[in-house]
Structure formats: C-alpha cells, structure tokens
Design a protein around this ligand. Sequence first.
Ligand code: AHG
Ligand code: MN
Ligand code: MN
Length: 280
Amino acid sequence: MKEIIKAIEKAAKRIKKAIEFSDTGYSEHTNKTGDVQLKLDIASDLIIEEEFKKVASIKTIISEEKEEATLLHESGRYIVGYDPLDGSSLIDVNLSVGSIFGIYEQGINGSDLLGAIYIVYGPRTEMVVALEGVTLYRLDESGEFIKVKDIKLNQKGKINATGATQKGWAAYHKKLVDAIFADGYRLRYSGGMVPDLHQILLKGGGLFSYPSTSDAPKGKLRLVFEVFPFAFVFEKAGGRAIDGKKNLLSLQPQHPHDTSPCFFGSNEEIGRVLDEYARE
Ligand code: AHG
Ligand code: MN
Ligand code: MN
C-alpha cells in the first residue's frame, strides 16, 4: 500500500505541472462515457499508468479514460480504479480539479475497497488518504507531501452541494433540496466533485448530491473511479454515503464504467435523504 501511495504522490506532482504548463485543449477522442477527452485527461492517464507500472503489487488498473482494464503485474495483489483528472472541463476557467484513486483487492465491488486517495489541484496541491482514518497532506516548498491533520466530520454541516440539472430532478428530490436550503444551508457547488467534496470534508460536513435524473436514471458519477473511493473517505471520516436508500459501498457494478446516483455527507443530512427517499 505504501508503494502505491508513493506512486500516486509522484504522479500527482507530474500532473500538477502538466495542468499548469501544458496544452488545455481537446483531443480528437471520446472516452467510454462519451465525453470528449482533453489532451490533459489523456496525459494524466499516461502519467499514472507509467508510475503504476513500477509498482509490483499492482495487478490491474482500471481508468475512467480507458475502455478495458489493463493487466500490469500478474503476481500483483491490488486493483487500482482511478479517475486521472476529475472535473477536467473546469480547466479552461481555472477552477480546481482532482485525481481520484480506489485501491481494491479481489474485485471492484464497494466491499473490495481497502483504501481511497484523492488529490486536489487548487491554489495548493493537497492529498487525502483514507485507510483506517482520513488524513490531509499538503505539497510543501520542498516538493514533499506533509501531513496537515486528520479529517473528521461533524454530525451536521452547513453546505448543500446540489448536482445535476434541476430540470431532470424528481419532485421528491427537489423537495429534499428545498427543505435543506430552507433550514439555512448554503449552496457550494463548483462542478468538480473533488473540490466540492473536499470542501464538505474540511468545513465539517453538509451534503453533496448527484441524483438520478429523467435523462440519466443511474446518475452520472462512476462507481469504481469516483463514487466508491469517496464513499470510503466519507465513511472513514465519520460520515455516510448512500444511493438514496442503500449504502454505496454495498453496491456491485456489472461493468467498470457503471454509474449510480450518490449522496455523501455527515450523518444528519444523510438521515434526511433516507427519510425523503423512503417516501418516494
Ligand atoms: P469528469 O471531469 O471526470 O468527467 O467528472 C466531472 C463530474 C464531477 O466532477 C462533477 O461532480 C460532475 O461531473 C458535475 O456534473 P454536473 O455539471 O452535471 O453537475
Ligand atoms: Mn470524474
Ligand atoms: Mn475524469
């Protein structure tokens, strides 16, 4: 596991440089989800693959930017699922983006996850590692990631991060979101799940939702690369992560690119989602 974290640190430093100085335009390719890939999506994916190739304990990698899983080391133990550059459509407006990693053993179900790591490329570069607990690191002047603190969610927060186009929301979802705003919560939503969830984790709590919509009944966010890793982080930080009814980590994708509606938050807000969705 240590070797994997070191490889992620190396990749993150290289991706940070690529974000700052290389071409931010689109490529001529689309990924499995149908998104047109930025040159930076492809470059970040290649950087991560290069670093993971040097880690013998990684058996297989599964990337958001690749159709199929790639076998790296037959005798390896871990499967790493990753989103090389999350929120990449925000690069042209210079908002924060991230990389997300889930470290699995045996399979790619939520219950196979052993650890989750994400990087935020913002005004500063930060790394969050969730194993037994959740720890925040920050890249310092010497080029090393240094521990800042442990992350623990409060029972209740003040942020309401509401994803997906409102036109496609179900009536019960709108009712839930309106009720939370009516209680004084503030909207905080950049459109990048890494900084949006990072904000909730560091400000003590709140709710991030990306629901089922009329045009995407299974939501948008991908289980293996985005949803499971963050579900793991939230649970280890003392919060919860559900699909509206069930714990996200109990889900079993049929395909590596499967998506799910998702809700991440502190306990009180997740309780409100469960109550409202039980009445649906
Ligand atoms: P990606 O850039 O890897 O395709 O992911 C973007 C995701 C996620 O970061 C964010 O929460 C969500 O898309 C935003 O979607 P909406 O604009 O539909 O709210
Ligand atoms: Mn993503
Ligand atoms: Mn991505």
